[in-house]
Design a protein around this ligand. Structure first.
Ligand code: 2P0
Length: 320
């Protein structure tokens, strides 16, 4: 009987950037994210004679399919199950063509569908560990709202929920600037960043940022959370630059200035940016209209806008 799972993507407010162990995806520092309601992956998993991966209705072969099946093979070993052929049918409700990464939602949904299909009855902690092995950020998508993933020296590294139903009315506006694929993958960018003389400082700063973000979430202090997120994103990009590469474009930096100008005009708005040039602006729900208007005035057709709020944790079920 096929199994289904739906997992949402997340935006890191404190970024995962650096691994202690690549194969186990053990992070060098803690990270903290907000799960997003607007972007998700649906995955249907069923037993089959041969492995097949169908993404958005099209059969996929090559490195993308290889990554899926080597991950599934790892799950069979992890749970001491005999290997079987699997048909994986996924649909990404993530605007990938706009430059958004879907690995968090994709691997979280895959882990949850696998657990469902093989009746594993995992706790969310165990599911987070399994999802992490597919992609680090997937460990956080197990939970709704705010989640944290602590660094860990062992294979037991997992994320946990901080506030699954935030009362903080937060909006995340994504600005997509178009253009092609990034030249340096996250994996490669993380590898290079470990050679930065600032890497030890980055780890310390992430630990500090997670503590501050936890307190801000508890206190419902949006402005403090935004400050922590913007500073951490700037530090991640500074770390990359210190190694001679950057994901940022002029438009990414224009979005940073826009957030800072909005704050001067008393609209609390904060910038973030992942391993790509597209930017995210965080604001309170009631200010989203003003922020969108400011983006349109400053960037016109140069930026496509996507809006999200806090989303739910992963859900899985079996076809009856
Ligand atoms: C994050 N990123 O915390 C950070 C911020 C990008 C910038 O997680 O190698 O695809 O599969 O464990 O999860 C992107 O890296 O990395 C990422 P892998 P992943 O969201």
């Amino acid at each position: 009987m096929p199994s289904f799972a739906r997992a949402h993507t997340n935006l890191a407010l404190v970024k995962y950037w650096g691994k202690e162990d690549e194969a186990l995806r053990l992070p060098s520092a803690p990270s903290l994210s907000v799960t997003l309601d607007a972007f998700y992956t649906d995955t249907r998993l069923s037993k089959a004679d041969t492995n097949e991966f169908v993404l958005d209705g099209k059969k996929v072969a090559g490195p993308e399919a290889d990554r899926v099946f080597s991950y599934l093979s790892r799950l069979f070993s992890l749970f001491s199950l005999p290997k079987e052929g699997l048909l994986v049918e996924s649909r990404n409700f993530v605007p990938k063509s706009a430059g958004f990464a879907s690995s968090a939602s994709a691997f979280c949904a895959l882990a949850a569908a696998f657990a469902e299909e093989f009746g594993l009855d995992l706790t969310r902690k165990e599911l987070s560990i399994a999802a992490r092995l597919g992609s680090g950020s997937a460990s956080r998508s197990v939970y709704g709202g705010f989640a944290e993933w602590k660094e860990g020296g062992t294979g037991e590294s997992f994320a946990f929920p901080l506030d699954e139903n935030p009362s903080m009315g937060i909006s995340v506006l994504f600005l997509s600037f178009g253009g092609g694929e990034k030249e340096i993958s996250s994996t490669e960018g993380m590898r290079r960043s470990k050679f930065s003389p600032f890497f030890p400082v980055w780890r310390q700063e992430c630990r500090k940022a997670c503590g501050e973000a936890e307190s801000a979430i508890k206190a419902g202090d949006f402005e403090k959370l935004g400050e922590v997120a913007e500073k951490n994103a700037c530090q991640m990009h500074a770390l990359a630059l210190s190694c001679g590469f950057s994901y940022l474009s002029g438009l990414s930096l224009e979005a940073l200035r826009l957030a800072q100008n909005l704050r001067k005009g008393s609209v609390p708005c904060y910038w973030s940016c992942d391993a790509g040039k597209n930017a995210a602006l965080l604001c309170q729900k009631g200010d989203a209209g003003r922020v969108k208007q400011a983006v349109r005035e400053a960037m016109g057709a140069g930026a496509r806008l996507f809006e999200a709020g806090p989303g739910k944790g992963v859900e899985a079920w079996r076809e009856v």
